[in-house]
Design a protein around this ligand. Structure first.
Ligand code: NAD
Length: 486
């Protein structure tokens, strides 16, 4: 793998004009594996200018069918080069190959294919209006691209979350400037090669590397030629970006943090609930925005559930990379410190550590990786910091409950509102409780079961707007209503 990671601007790979670099680490080994060229303010301005220019060039003049053909070709090329994408994603994140090969990379391709389908089949809107003179008028809407979209991404599912935004943005005829996370620059960079290989016009897809404040992220959101900003990341970062978006009254779409609850009723199929929630808590080492960190269990099955979830947690092997039960590292030493801070805080707040709670002993090439133990706590109060703040690690607190109303109130008592899961064999209750959750996405007897056509996003501190299927089109297009007097 080439270990200098470049910006991709106007169809060409470039160093940063100030020749500044920052290191890229493999979190599974703690080793520096490359250098990333940081984009300067001028580089970001160049990328935005390239994106703006592309709107006036062949891309802006293409028919929907021509655009769809190119976007479908991007999906096919990602699939053809899936091994390269897999290597890049595993190097940046240290995540198990099985996770990247089943989730990250195929979803990266699917995000282009699905939005190519959506844009090909979207119906328009039309109304016939009675007019005061006794005649009629016909109204219909025309969808136009918004223009240059800034796409700012996190590190937990780098290709997947980036293409989730780039796919619909391009399908709608926009151009993009992507700012990947500083932790995971590789797959966004590689996608530039794919764009060139399929003949995407230059400037349609651009990538600038760097950090947030006073770096590429802020340079991008402050650029007045950017027409809209789509962002996935922490709630606090969303607030900072929103202030920049206010300059020029630009639209935002935000997918932010969460503190997602699960509710397990006594009549749940316990095998399914334990299997589903062990993924919800531990998958991707808990670095999943949809992950579960609060589990409320009805008292008659509480003890058994805790024992079985803890056993499932113990079944993951942090650091044992060749084992099918390998649990990957956290993304960085800094993030590990943050998660371990919550591990000790939990004990200070009265938790019983049922399993985990520390750093595993790892004796192989991964000895310096950023691993933590999968952790389950009991005995925490619903109001404790550990049960209220997003940790983003492989851990959860389990709390017993006695009544449906009580648990609905507990689950909803959070400033976040991303997702929830309900586990019960009583479907009447399943529907009722799911509808009472103040979240953007609620699963019953499953978790992370995604249909890309459905609305995705969060309420409260978890986001603004919904993306997915036709919902993405609301953000990535402007509607013009045309009224014709007959
Ligand atoms: P982050 O907010 O720290 O960083 C995300 C991106 O924003 C990075 O590219 C970063 O460089 C950039 N950035 C930071 N400050 C900026 C600024 N002032 N201006 C412009 N850009 C700036 O988030 P993270 O740590 O990379 O990701 C983890 C967070 O993402 C968690 O809170 C998680 O819940 C959230 N997340 C949410 C979803 C969702 O769909 N709701 C999905 C994945 C992750």
């Amino acid at each position: 793998m080439d270990d200098t990671i470049l910006n991709f601007i106007g169809g060409s790979y470039r160093q940063g004009s100030e020749r500044k670099t920052f290191p890229n680490f493999n979190p599974a080994t703690g080793e520096q594996i490359g250098l990333v060229q940081e984009a300067s303010a001028d580089d970001v301005a160049d990328a935005v200018a390239a994106a703006k220019k592309a709107l006036q060039g062949p891309w802006g003049k293409m028919t929907t069918a021509e655009r769809v053909k190119l976007i479908s070709a991007v999906a096919t090329e990602i699939e053809r080069r899936s091994d390269d994408f897999l290597e890049a994603e595993v190097a940046d994140t240290g995540k198990p190959r099985g996770v990247a090969s089943h989730i990250d990379i195929p979803r990266g391709a699917a995000n282009f294919r699905m939005f190519a389908d959506v844009i090909s089949t979207i119906p328009g809107e039309a109304f016939t209006t009675d007019t005061p003179d006794g005649g009629q008028a016909n109204n219909y809407t025309v969808r136009k691209p918004k223009g240059v979209i800034a796409v700012i991404c996190p590190w937990n599912f780098p290709l997947l979350l980036m293409t989730w935004k780039v796919g619909p943005a391009l399908a709608c005829g926009n151009t993009v400037v992507v700012k990947p996370s500083e932790e995971t620059p590789r797959t966004a960079t590689l996608l530039g090669e794919v764009m060139n290989a399929v003949g995407m016009p230059e400037g349609v897809y651009n990538v600038v590397h760097g950090f947030g404040p006073n770096s590429a992220g802020e340079f991008l959101t402050s650029n007045s030629e950017v027409d809209a900003i789509t962002f996935t990341g922490e709630t606090g970062t969303g607030q900072a970006i929103m202030q920049k978006a206010a300059m020029g009254v630009r639209d935002v779409s935000f997918e932010l943090g969460g503190k997602n609850p699960a509710i397990v009723f006594a009549d749940a199929d316990l095998d399914k609930a334990v299997e589903g929630l062990s993924r919800a808590v531990f998958l991707n080492t808990g670095q999943v925005c949809l992950g579960t960190e609060r589990v409320y269990v009805e008292r008659p099955i509480y003890e058994e559930f805790v024992e079985r979830l803890a056993a499932a947690g113990k079944g993951f092997k942090p650091g044992v990379i060749d084992d099918p039960t390998y649990l990957g590292p956290l993304i960085s030493a800094e993030h590990r410190d943050k998660v371990l801070g919550y591990y000790s805080r939990a004990v200070d707040e009265g938790a019983t550590v049922v399993t985990g709670g520390g750093v595993p002993k790892v004796e192989n090439a991964q000895a310096d990786g950023f691993f933590v133990e999968p952790t389950v706590w009991t005995g925490l109060s619903h109001d404790s910091t550990v049960m209220r703040e997003e940790i983003f690690g492989p851990c959860c607190g389990v709390i017993p409950f006695d009544a449906e109303d009580e648990v609905i109130a507990l689950a909803n008592d959070s400033p976040y509102g991303l997702c929830a899961s309900i586990w019960t064999e009583n479907m009447s209750r399943g529907h009722r409780v799911a509808a009472s959750m103040d979240v953007g996405v609620c699963w019953v007897n499953s978790w992370f079961l995604r249909d890309l056509r459905t609305a995705f996003g969060g309420s409260g501190h978890s986001g603004i707007g919904r993306e997915g299927g036709v919902h993405s089109l609301e953000f990535y297009t402007e509607l013009t209503n045309i009224c014709v007097k007959l």
